[in-house]
Write a protein that binds this ligand. Structure first.
Ligand SMILES: [Ca+2]
Ligand SMILES: [Ca+2]
Length: 101
């Protein structure tokens, strides 16, 4: 009688276990993704000037700068000649400033 009760209880718990397993797997995946994002933020591998200069005019305009968000804040300071775009030299200076902050 009591054994039968246990079996019934185990059977009714099974879906909960399945859900818990699924939930923890999903969480692990999510945590892994968060960790990857964290690692990327802590050790950014910045794109090259050529990668960002999508229209290949030799300068990074605001839209191209926006493709690499860490640049957005620092670009106005790195824009030495204040023409509103970054030359390769200004971009290099911006990356240097990003690394030291
Ligand atoms: Ca450009
Ligand atoms: Ca400039």
């Amino acid at each position: 009688m009591s054994r039968r009760l246990e079996l019934t209880r185990a059977a009714s718990l099974r879906p909960i276990f399945a859900i818990a397993l699924l939930a923890s797997a999903t969480l692990a995946l999510y945590a892994g993704r968060l960790y990857a994002a964290d690692a990327a933020a802590a050790n950014p591998q910045p794109p090259s000037f050529a990668q960002l200069d999508t229209n290949k005019d030799g300068f990074l305009d605001a839209a191209e700068i926006a493709a690499f968000p860490p640049l957005i804040e620092i670009a106005p300071k790195a824009d030495a000649d204040q023409d509103g775009r970054l030359s390769p030299a200004e971009f290099a200076a911006a990356l240097k400033a990003l690394k030291t902050t």
